[in-house]
Structures are given as C-alpha cells and as structure tokens.
Design a protein around this ligand. Structure first.
Ligand SMILES: [Zn+2]
Length: 892
C-alpha cells in the first residue's frame, strides 16, 4: 500500500453519511451475555478454528446503497465448541450456519466491538473436525476508501475495494488476519453490461435475470486483505508484457479506469511493461499470478497491491509524458512499489501485522530502486532518501514508536502504516543494502522469497536470509538496532585534519530530552577534494576513533544512505557548506537535513542556514536545489517573520530565484516545454512555486493569473499541468468569495484528475474567514466527495487567519468525519491538520478537546506527535525567533 506523497491532501465530508454506528456506547445485555461465554480476542484470534478456503458470492450494484453476499468458509474446528470467534464489521446478518458431517447447526451472530470482532454462538456443541460456515448478509457501500466503497463519476456509479488492513470484514465474514492465507473462489453478480474485476481471470459467465454472473478462477493462497472486487462501466485498455528469462510466456495486462480517463492509459501500460521485467530480474522469480489488472479510482488516496488487481488513485497513474516531472517520478515509484508487493507482501506475506513494516519498508525501497532503472532520466532514486530524511523529523520526536513493535489490539494496526514504516524503513533497507553490497542483499531477498513462496514469514526469517547471504551476522544486530528502537542517531564528529572521534547519542530538538539509546550504526564517511577517501565502519560503541585521508571538507554521510544525523565543529560545518553547490542530490539532502536538525536543536546559526541555502540554490541537481527552499523556510518557523523582516525574506527569496527563472525561461502554456530535459523542467516548476508563494514575485504572479483566467475561460492550451496549482492559488488569492464559489462549481463539473483536485485544493488559500466558513459549513453539493472535503479542511487549517476557526470546526465534527470515512487512510491523518499551530497553550487546549476522541484509535500517536511539534515550535520561536529576524534583515 502507498499513500500519496503530498501531505494531508485528502480527507472527508460531514454530510450524507451512510455509515451506522457499529455499536452503541453502552453494551446491550445481549452483547454482554455473549461476551461472558469466553475471552474476546482484542488482537489475534486463537487457533480454535482455522479457515482453509473461502467461496464468496457477492451482489454488487454500485448504483444501490448496499451490497449483499453469501460467504462459505471451510474451517477446521480444533476442539468441541459452542461458539466461534471471527470478524465481521457492521454486517446486517441474515443467516449463519455451520455444517458438519451433513448436519446443519444454526448460529447467532453478534458483533462484539467497534473493530469488527464477532462471535457466532450455537445452541448445541459443535464437534471438532472439518466444517463449512455459511453466512448471508448485507452491508451499505462506504463513501470513503475502506471496505467496498462507491462514488459517482459524471452520472455513473462505480465500486472498488480497499481491505488493508482490516476492512475485508466489512465485505464478508472472515478470519481477517494475514496469517490465514488460503484459496478464494469468487462469484460476482453485477447489473448487465458492467465490467467486473477480481484477483483472478474470469473463467465463465452467465446471466440471471437482470444480472451478469461472473465466475473467477480459484486464487493462489491469499490473505483476506489482498482480495479485491471492482465493478462499474469502466473503460479497459489492454497491453502485453513481453516474455523474460524468468517467465517464458508474455503476460497480458489491462488498465481499467473510469471513462473520462480513457486515452490516458498508455503511460502506465508502457511503464508496467518495463517495470515487471525489471522486478522479475531483481527477484529472480517470475510474476507470481495468473493475470495483471491495474484499476484506478478518483477517491483512492493512494494505491493498494491487491494480488493481480492493483488499485491506484487516478492522479497517480493517469498521466502522459507531458506531465510534470514530479508526477512522473511519483507514478513510476508507486507502480514499482505496488508491483514489487506482488512478490514481497503477496507471494510472501507477513505472519502478523507487527511485521507489516517488512512489506512496506522493502516495497518503498524497491519502488524507488526499480523506478530509477525504469527511467534513469527522471532520477527517481534520490526521492527515496528524501522520504527517509523526512521520516527523521517524525522519528526525532519523543512521542513515537520503533519500526517494528508488538501489535496487541485491532486499534493499533492502522497506526503502523506511517512514515516510520515507509520512510525510515525504506532508508534502513537502503543503508543495509549499501553496507552489505547490492548483490549480496539481492541474494538474501531471493532466498527469503524462495523459502516462503505462497506462504507467510516474519522479520526474523528475513534477517536470517540476509545474514546468510552476507556471511556476516553483524548485519542482523545492526538492522535490529534500527528496526526495534525508536529515534534517530546523532553522530557527533570531533577532531580535524583526518583524525576524528565519532560518538553517538539520540538526536532531540531544542528543549526536549530523549532516553539514552545506542545503535550499531553502519557509518560511511568521505572527504571532499584532493586525495579524498570513502570509508565505512560500524559504530557499535558509544564512540570510536575514525581516521580518513584527505584534507578537504568531511562529509559524514557518504551517498546520503545512512539513517543518522551528524554534528560537526563550526569550522568543519563552514567547510562543508562551502561545497554544497557541487554535492550530489543524496548528499545535499543529508547535509541540509543535518544542518536544519542542528538549528532545531539550538546549535547551528541562522546565518549558516542562509549560507547553505545560497549554495544549494546554485546546485544544478534538482534534489539539492529542492533543499534550499526547506532550509530557508525554517527561519519563518511559526510565522515568526513579520513586517520588515517578512519583506526582507521575500526579497531574499526573489534575489535567489528570479534571475534563475529568467535564465531558463517561463511560459505557462500547455506543452511549452514538451521534450525538455527533466532536470530543467523540475527546476522551473520549483522556481515558479517559490517565486509565487515565498517571494510573492509580482511578474510571475501576473503571468500565472492571466494563464488561469484564460484556462478557466475555456482556453485549455493556456496553462500546463505543471503550473496548475500555482496559477489557481494566485487566482483565488486575488479574488473574493464569489470567485471561490465559481471555481468550486467548475471543479465539481470536471473529472480531470489534475484540474479538479488542484482547484479544490486552492479554494481555502486566501485565508479569509468568510470563505473558510462557506467552505466548511455552506458548501453542500452532492458531487463533492468525502475525500475532497478533507482537502478543504486541510486548506482552512493551513492558513494562519482561518486556523482557529478550522480547529474549532474539526473538534465539533471529528466524530462524524471518522465515522463516515474511517479506514486506513483517514483517521490517522487527521491530527496532522493541526500541525500549523505554534503555541504550547493551544497544545494544552487541544489535548483536553481531542484527547478522548483520539484515545485508543489509530489517531492517538499521530495526535501526540502533532502536539509535541506544536510545543517544540513555540519553544524554538521563543529561543531563536529574534536571531532569525536579525539574520534575515541583514542578509543581502
Ligand atoms: Zn506498500
């Protein structure tokens, strides 16, 4: 699975809710009586009853409000029992029976908690042995991306599924755990003429009155979370993936999307035809399933690796070669991530959710690694490092969790899909791969997949496969020290001239204290300049000497693959900063991350941040260049610049970038830079964004405003997708409520996967109270999807002037939002909306307002992290705000 990269870009609606409360707050006497029969599993089910196959027969008409199903499960009952525990969430159960040795036993179904743990109770004791459970039931379609969900696109209805982590239980009663990997036989009944897709090829079809009946081949063993059903009047594009040394026959592929995207399928089909062979070569194993369909949905916030039926957000894969470089990078990375999961996750599945990190950390790493091979010109790889450094910001907080931790309750599962799992986990994999050498690492991966094909495995299985391939047991303890401990190592370097001492501690920000932790850090340093050397050693103790040749600057994170931050003596920092215009993208990110971290810890000066920004802005590498913006932005933490210093800041930004944009040119018209080299295009996109927002450059804003007006007036060629968000932001910033309403109407009338989200994302940008009130309370239109409402809330909370209003609205509507959307993508992302605040007082208020709402839900840890950030921000501004203002005022 993969959430979109753009932070907080999705969320919910407060109206038209189809969901029903799972259970009343107070337990009924009936539930209490069922509970009293035996302990209710809060996390894993017991081994009392084990499934061996599912037969699912579902009636799915996306135009109706509910679907219905008949589910049969073959199980083995270990010992005589009067009840069976399994999962089912908000199902309206019509019948439930167990058939054993030809005798049917009628059961009574009770859902016992809000996560969908249920109990099937019988009047007489069931004997041990083989049994068939059979259920008939109905359930409403969800509006948010969880379970079976639907939406209207134009005037047609479509339905998709998103089951990871524990939402398959909304679609069918099940033993909804990854360790139960069994065969599924699926039948879908759909209105005549619709396209219906599941995990395997359709082997036969028939009609039954007004229904088409689709029968699918039995699946290979799958966990419930990888089953998939998609139904609607889709448009289908077909392609072929050529044979490879690992797979002698060509593989058919289809791209299945809503009709307004038809004609946009070639890019993804072509990328897939190249990425699958790269993955097969990497793993040394052919694509494991019978067919490959990839489906898109406008309300999916990310992507999901359902075996043979992968689901994506429209925005991620519906593009063509003319799309912005950043979009093509994301498309390639997400395709390679989800397709990589077909082996790592689907073919070999974690035994339990405590090892989901293994799925996602590895897929994150391989996604960037293989996409980089797919299109070397796009330079996808350095993006992986960027995600790792971003994760360090989260991992540096005192509130947090290690990559791998026990999952004891259902409520903890979704919280494991966070930046620690993806960004940190991917970076740790990269660090170990670089330290082992890529060939040995690949051999370990191959061994792991071969050992556990079509079955389950644990993190320890993976560690031992790697250690075997490396011939070095230290790999296991080094990796475990990162996987099983929270926090970012800070490597402090002292000494000079090639003779250094390195020591480790846990990195913390200004005013914080972290526990004393020790890692085994695979440390790779290099020197820059004449007689330079690169050297790797394992820092296993608190400190050790480190000798390295060369008399130039010291770079303590060579290649940027190390998951650690570093601190240098001031003069060593200055020497390193002076080289930042020539560093590679990965190393520039490492240097910028460590200097920013040093500033946030109260050490590096604002002047050093400005010096580094100037060097990075002059670096020709697009990733290095990108770091300039986030480095300088630190000086405006918590909006501490105002009046004269704010104006000086704008001039500083304009001075850095305006001449660069002039040099490479700026024409907002569609396709003006078609065929241009990727690095220059990426640089132009970023320059335009910075000059529009941070610098408020009048010339660039005027150009964008004219382009937006022409585009909205019907001239489709006036504005390229690369500049769409910036242009619409200026258009709204310089308009009024009437303009906001007009653009909102245009957005909802469009199904364009670039324009529609960009327009909705722009609506709250002015930071105007009346507009914010209309967006959250007045804007009611059935075409506005729940996921799109989240964009509006995020936008309102992002602006200083409407932030308090947004927080109050969020508090009032929190329960409805979670109730309506739920699912893995939404609940845990809501607290981040409050991250723009910078006040210890507000943090305390939020804790009393939201504390109970988030307790014991996937939002709890994200909320704790956000509140810590809000307090840290306050402390940083108090300690350094004045120095930052002075540095900006004196920067020339
Ligand atoms: Zn994933």
């Amino acid at each position: 699975m993969r959430a979109r990269l753009l932070a907080a870009s999705f969320l919910v609606s407060a109206f038209a809710c189809g969901a029903q409360p799972a259970l009343a707050q107070e337990k009924s006497a009936e539930v209490a009586a069922v509970e009293a029969l035996g302990p209710v599993p809060a996390g894993r089910l017991t081994d009392a009853v084990v499934p061996s196959a599912y037969r699912l027969d579902l009636v799915i008409d996306p135009a109706r409000e509910a679907y219905s199903g008949r589910t049969q499960i073959d199980v083995t009952i270990a010992r005589p029992a009067t009840y069976i525990d399994l999962h089912g969430l908000d199902l309206t159960m019509l019948s439930a029976t167990a058939t054993i040795g030809g005798k049917a036993y009628a059961g009574r179904w009770t859902q016992l908690d809000e996560t969908g743990v249920g109990r099937l109770v019988f009047d007489e004791q069931l004997p041990a042995g083989e049994a068939v459970l059979e259920f008939t039931y109905t359930h409403h379609f969800n509006e948010g991306p969880a379970g079976i969900f639907r939406t209207k696109v134009g005037d047609q209805w479509f339905a998709w599924t998103q089951f990871e982590s524990i939402d398959a239980r909304q679609a069918f009663p099940s033993f909804d755990e990854p360790g139960f990997k069994v065969h599924f036989t699926v039948t879908l009944r759909t209105p005549r003429g619709l396209v219906a897709v599941s995990n395997t090829p359709e082997v036969s079809s028939s009609t039954d009155g007004e229904w088409d009946v689709h029968h699918y081949a039995q699946t290979k063993p799958l966990p419930t979370y990888l089953a998939a059903f998609m139904v609607g009047p889709f448009s289908v594009a077909e392609g072929t993936i050529p044979a490879t040394p690992e797979r002698p026959a060509p593989l058919a592929q289809r791209l299945i999307t809503t009709p307004q995207n038809a004609g946009q399928s070639d890019f993804a089909l072509d990328a897939t035809a190249r990425i699958i062979p790269l993955l097969e070569r990497y793993f040394g194993i052919p694509y494991p399933y019978e067919k490959l369909d990839q489906i898109t949905s406008p309300i999916m916030p990310g992507a999901m690796e359902n075996a043979g039926a992968v689901l994506y957000a429209d925005q991620i894969v519906m593009l063509d070669e003319s799309a912005p470089v950043s979009s093509k990078r994301v498309a390639g990375m997400v395709l390679a991530h989800e397709l990589g999961h077909q082996w790592f996750g689907d073919l070999v599945t974690p035994e339990w959710w405590d090892d989901i990190w293994l799925n996602e950390s590895f897929a994150n790493w391989v996604g960037y690694y293989v996409a980089d091979q797919w299109r070397p010109d796009l330079r996808v790889w350095e993006g992986a490092l960027g995600e790792g450094f971003e994760a360090m910001d989260t991992d540096a907080l005192v509130a947090g969790r290690p990559i791998r931790e026990p999952i004891l309750t259902n409520g903890q599962i979704d919280a494991a899909f966070d930046t620690i799992t993806y960004g940190k986990g991917g970076h740790v994999i990269a660090m170990i791969a670089a330290f082992m050498g890529e060939e040995k690492f690949r051999a370990g991966v191959h061994q792991h997949l071969t050992n556990h094909a079509f079955a389950n495995a644990t993190g320890d299985d993976f560690f031992s496969a790697l250690a075997g391939a490396a011939g070095d047991p230290r790999i296991v303890s080094a990796m475990k020290s990162f996987v099983e401990q929270q926090g970012v190592p800070l490597v402090t370097v002292s000494g000079s001239q090639g003779t250094y001492t390195v020591s480790q501690s846990r990195y913390v920000r200004y005013g914080s204290k972290g526990p004393d932790v020790q890692w085994q850090v695979p440390l790779c340093m290099r020197t820059i300049g004449s007689a330079a050397e690169r050297k790797c050693e394992l820092l296993a103790d608190k400190s050790m000497p480190f000798a390295i040749a060369g008399d130039g600057a010291l770079l303590p994170n060579a290649g940027g693959t190390g998951y650690y931050r570093f601190e240098l003596p001031a003069e060593e920092w200055d020497r390193l900063i002076a080289t930042a215009d020539t560093l590679t993208g990965g190393e520039a990110q490492a240097v910028a991350d460590s200097l920013r971290a040093s500033y946030l810890a109260g050490r590096a000066s604002p002047e050093q941040l400005i010096a580094l920004t100037r060097k990075l802005a002059a670096n020709p590498d697009s990733y290095a260049f990108a770091e300039a913006g986030s480095t300088l932005a630190l000086l405006d933490t918590g909006g501490s610049l105002e009046g004269k210093s704010e104006e000086a800041f704008r001039q500083l930004v304009d001075g850095l970038y305006a001449s660069q944009l002039k040099e490479i040119g700026f024409d907002p018209r569609r396709g003006a830079y078609a065929g241009a080299d990727a690095e220059t295009s990426e640089r132009r996109d970023r320059l335009v964004t910075r000059l529009t927002s941070a610098a408020h450059d009048a010339g660039v804003r005027a150009t964008l405003l004219n382009a937006a007006r022409a585009y909205l007036g019907g001239d489709q060629a006036a504005l390229d997708d690369a500049f769409m968000a910036d242009a619409l932001a200026v258009y709204i910033d310089e308009g009024d409520l009437a303009r906001v309403k007009d653009l909102a109407g245009k957005a909802l009338a469009s199904q364009d996967p670039v324009f529609r989200p960009a327009a909705l994302g722009a609506l709250a940008g002015k930071g105007d109270a009346k507009i914010a009130d209309w967006l959250l309370n007045g804007f009611k239109d059935e075409r506005l999807r729940p996921t799109e409402k989240l964009r509006l809330i995020t936008g309102v909370l992002r602006r200083e002037k409407t932030r308090d209003f947004g927080a109050e609205w969020l508090r009032t509507n929190y329960r409805d939002l979670v109730q309506q959307m739920g699912g893995i993508f939404v609940t845990r992302s809501i607290p981040g909306m409050l991250s723009g605040f910078c006040s210890a007082k507000r943090a305390s208020e939020f804790e009393s307002q939201f504390g109970e709402l988030v307790a014991n839900t996937p939002a709890q840890l994200p909320f704790e992290r956000t509140m810590e950030e809000v307090r840290d921000c306050d402390a940083l501004v108090a300690a350094r705000g004045e120095a930052a203002r002075a540095a900006v005022l004196s920067a020339k």
